[in-house]
Design a protein around this ligand. Structure first.
Ligand code: K7E
Ligand code: CUA
Length: 637
């Protein structure tokens, strides 16, 4: 297989192979189980004991973030972000509904933890939405999504996101799919090369609140910008994005966008972009301050890179950035100092729409023979790098400085990202690497054609990498952030004193129902084991608002509020207040009940919404409504 692939690579037919032989299902099972007893005890977390690390997995097209622990790899919780999630009532109450807008999904690829001086500070987790051009902020104090920013103007396909600068000045964003700008503009696809555009952007982060706003944008040619990475140490102030289809091709990109030997890494001096915006050197496009590099030189440079690159990763010391071409057998290390020198010397080989293309040989430090299909690279604290090899289904370990591959481990199968604890920081912890694999077939009991992704924990403390554990995740993690558990200090109840919701009430005696015309406002409490009021009577067509406060201050005492046939389900945590809003358009009697098993009398925690029919209320009062029974079924396929 390897021989075939290498030959294919030489012949330049790998794209064809990628189509026809991606299946690892035909591979023999990897006998990489190592010493079973050692692996077992290395990952065993005894009942009642706690994991040492949090993993925050991006949930891909599920729109969620998943939390597991290391070393147990047990799934612990799900944080809904871009998708309604009845499990926590997310997207059903007024507040989170408003945050989701009209979208019911997102495509989360890259979680990024906020940083102070280049280290994770445990305050926020930012995640991108590749589909609808948004960035969300999760507060790590309560593990809840607090903000969804976007769709970001001019950014189309926010894949190169959400990467965070060393002091969380910016969350980065980039267009994967170039389009005519501003959004909403029509231009025929034949004009792709000339009138379509990409955009690179920094979203400002408020240092106190984490609140996101538009910072700067840079107009770039219609390449497909892919992955990003942020400079640190000596390269602090710079950001890097890979791009593919620098051919500016359309149609069957698999062929048309792989014509040139090299694509580019865009190196952006974000401090210069920030300064340019401050001094007014920008245009406004769809409300965003956008810099045209033709007018403002010195903001962005293009560094040639192996063709069709995917990941770009900056070393923890900030001296190098590593770019991997998916179709190559090598990964390229670039030297940041050399880039600065080449820029100073104007050692350019051309330009793209006025953006200088830097001389590859002047910036390249080394080409590392990692193996087939390199995608992403992580680093440890011992001077080693770890590159994921999608085609080869392996991780290559190599040494910074000698650029020699020192070890390789097969993974199951077709690895995408990989993650080391503290992976994006200046202090990664070289204990584990997590392999985030695309295919898992045969590694778990069969669940039919919709198969999960696989996630493998690998010990990297020794000379040889050692596989410890296979875990499986919902679709579909791309990247993850891993942080030591003791770095986070989550709260477990919302203190009453902190609840600033003006509609919170803390005593069942204050529960009330008020009517103003057709508006009915209910202040409701939830506490073991009842809702107060437990009866809400309204007229058909009334606009009903319920402010529900869980008045408990006891850890883990959640209450749910499910309302029959009104498609409403929320969960309130101890000390939390949420708002439910609906129009009582269906007449009849509907139960609301606690959905979160809270006490011995949880079943009894219920009440009734009584909706009097319109008009001749009394005449219809006792009549059953017409049967609306609907039969819905999936045809047998
Ligand atoms: Cu490689 Cu979207 Cu970061 Cu998937 S991306 S693997
Ligand atoms: Cu409250 Cu169950």
């Amino acid at each position: 297989m390897k021989r075939i692939l290498q030959t294919a690579l030489l012949l330049g037919v790998l794209p064809v192979l990628l189509v026809f032989v991606p299946s690892c299902a035909r591979r023999p099972k990897v006998q990489q189980r190592g010493d079973i007893e050692q692996s077992a005890s290395a990952t065993y977390v005894a009942p009642g004991d706690l994991d040492q690390y949090y993993i925050f997995y991006s949930g891909g097209q599920s729109g969620n973030v998943y939390i597991s622990g290391i070393p147990s790899m047990r799934h612990i919780a799900t944080i809904p972000v871009f998708t309604p999630y009845p499990g926590t009532g997310y997207g059903f109450d007024k507040e989170t509904k408003a945050m989701l807008g009209n979208y019911t999904w997102g495509d989360v690829h890259h979680p990024a933890m906020s940083e102070t001086n280049g280290d994770y500070d445990g305050r926020w987790l930012f995640v991108n939405d590749n589909a609808n051009d948004r960035v969300a902020r999760i507060d790590l104090r309560d593990f809840k999504t607090k903000e969804i920013f976007g769709p970001i103007p001019n950014i189309s396909g926010n894949h190169g996101s959400s990467f965070v600068t060393p002091n969380t000045e910016y969350v980065l964003a980039a267009s994967r799919f170039s389009i005519p700008l501003p959004k909403g503009t029509y231009a025929p696809i034949e004009q792709y090369a000339t009138t379509y555009h990409g955009v690179l952007s920094g979203l400002s982060v408020d240092p106190q609140t984490g609140h996101l706003s538009l910072g700067w944008q840079v107009l770039v040619p219609p390449f497909d910008f892919d992955l990003g990475s942020v400079g640190k140490g000596p390269s602090n102030g710079w950001a890097f994005w890979t791009s593919y289809n620098t051919e500016r091709a359309t149609g069957k990109l698999e062929v048309t966008s792989t014509q040139k030997d090299r694509d580019y890494i865009a190196a952006v001096n974000w401090k210069a972009a920030e300064a340019a915006v401050k001094s007014g050197k920008f245009k406004i496009l769809d409300g965003a301050k956008i810099i045209d590099p033709r007018d403002v030189p010195g903001i962005v440079y293009l560094v040639p890179c192996s063709k069709s690159p995917h990941g770009v990763d900056v070393t923890p010391d900030g001296k190098y950035f590593v770019g991997s071409g998916k179709l190559m057998g090598v990964t390229t290390v670039f030297n940041f100092d050399k880039l600065q020198k080449a820029i100073q010397d104007k050692n350019f080989t051309g330009n793209e729409d006025g953006i200088p293309v830097v001389n590859y040989d002047a910036v390249k430090e080394a080409e590392v023979n990692v193996g087939l299909g390199p995608l992403h690279t992580q680093f440890d604290d011992q001077g080693y790098a770890y590159t994921s090899l999608f085609v080869e289904s392996a991780i290559a370990k190599w040494k910074l400085g000698t650029w020699e591959v020192v070890d390789k481990i097969p993974v199951s199968y077709n690895i995408g990202h990989l993650a080391v604890p503290g992976g994006d920081t200046v202090h990664p912890e070289g204990k584990y690497v997590l392999a985030l694999n695309k295919l898992s077939h045969g590694r778990h009991i069969s669940v039919g054609p919709s198969q999960p992704e696989s996630s493998q924990l690998i010990d990297i403390t020794g000379d040889k990498m050692k596989l410890l554990y296979d875990a499986f995740t919902e679709p579909e993690p791309h990247y993850a952030q891993i942080i030591r558990a003791d770095r986070l200090k989550p709260i477990e109840v919302y203190a009453q004193s902190e609840n600033k919701n003006p509609n919170a009430i803390w005593d069942v005696k204050n529960a009330k129902i008020e009517r103003n015309g057709t508006n009915v406002v209910v202040h409701m409490t939830a506490v073991r084991s009842n809702f107060e009021p437990n009866k809400v009577e309204v007229n058909q067509g009334d606009h009903v608002t319920i402010y529900l406060t869980n008045i408990e201050q006891t850890v883990d005492e959640l209450h749910g509020f499910g309302l029959q046939e009104y498609n409403l389900q929320i969960v309130v945590d101890p000390g939390e207040t949420k708002t439910i809003e609906f129009v009582a358009n269906k007449p009849g009697v509907f139960a609301y009940y606690c959905t979160n098993f809270c006490s011995a009398l949880h079943q009894e925690m219920q009440g009734y919404l009584l909706v009097k029919p319109n008009g001749t209320a009394s005449a219809h009062a006792a009549k059953p409504r017409q049967s609306h029974t609907q039969v819905a079924k999936l045809g047998s396929r």
